[in-house]
Design a protein around this ligand. Structure first.
Ligand SMILES: O=C(O)CCC(=O)C(=O)O
Length: 272
């Protein structure tokens, strides 16, 4: 039974989640865990960068994805730090308590500093990438909810968001900025600076933007879950599902979490 103080805290976070579409969890991860998670993610990042065409290696680049895919690890073993973090019961419980939905794995991303020129990412809702028009995008939003859960492994002041935009459709100006690429910022946009160790949860359908800079070093590990519906139309590769050998090394709750991912997408993977 959670204590009354803990219930009040989760209640406050759930309120901010509903009204703003994001919450920050200060000092979520201590330096030892950050070091371990960072070392695992950096292995993937090095392998990913080495496979990019030479002219692309120095950017502009925003992030890499699929960190649970064995291809990034020379021994083919996805690090336990990554597999366990994605399926960490305390994280999953917290997401469920705040958002009211049971998190289904979708994918992972790793954000890093730039090696070449600084640049500003476009304002967007994640829902727009597979929707050519407003009607399709609104239908996709109605069918499911995507949630980012990220931990800043170094200070990360680079995410900007329009609070409350997950609850409503665009103003004409927002549409022009995010879909017609008009310059400028949406009214009410704020930066959400994270210090190393802070975690953040944000609704993927919110209007948001990343800024990509050479300094300071940026290392943010981001897991995307669906808390409602599935992400079949943005199908994550089947290889992002832990192998039988890696599954055997995981605690029971983590195995059950990944098995649900595999059950959800089994048909889509076999017909892909
Ligand atoms: O943190 C960032 O740089 C932007 C994140 C973002 O746009 C996304 O993951 O959809």
């Amino acid at each position: 039974m959670p204590s009354p103080a803990k219930r009040r805290k989760v209640g406050a976070l759930a309120y901010y989640w509903r009204t703003r579409g994001y919450v920050v969890l200060p000092r979520f991860m201590g330096w030892r865990d950050r070091k371990r998670v960072r070392a695992a993610c950096d292995r993937a990042e090095r392998a990913w960068r080495a496979r990019l065409p030479p002219q692309r290696r120095d950017g502009p680049l925003s992030n890499m994805a699929d960190l649970t895919h064995p291809r990034w690890y020379d021994d083919g073993r996805v690090p336990a730090e990554i597999l366990r973090f994605v399926a960490e019961p305390s994280v999953l419980d917290l997401i469920e308590a705040i958002t009211g939905g049971t998190p289904l794995f979708h994918n992972t991303q790793y954000f890093m500093e730039q090696r070449g020129a600084d640049w500003d990412g476009g304002w967007h809702r994640d829902s727009q990438f597979l929707a050519l028009d407003a009607e399709t995008e609104r239908r996709h939003i109605a069918e499911g909810t995507g949630v980012h859960f990220r931990v800043a492994l170094e200070d990360d002041p680079w995410l900007r968001i329009v609070p409350g935009s997950h609850r409503r459709w665009d103003t004409a100006r927002e549409w022009a900025i995010r879909r017609d690429r008009e310059p400028g910022d949406p009214v009410g946009a704020v930066s959400v600076p994270l210090e190393a160790g802070d975690a953040m949860l944000f609704n993927a359908w919110s209007i948001h933007q990343g800024l990509y800079r050479r300094e300071p070093a940026r290392r943010t590990f981001d897991v995307i879950y669906m808390t409602r519906g599935t992400a079949e139309r943005a199908l994550t590769p089947k290889a992002c599902m832990p192998s039988a050998v890696r599954m055997a090394s995981l605690p029971r709750a983590a195995r059950a979490f990944y098995e649900r991912f595999a059950r959800t997408y089994r048909r889509a993977w076999s017909s892909a």
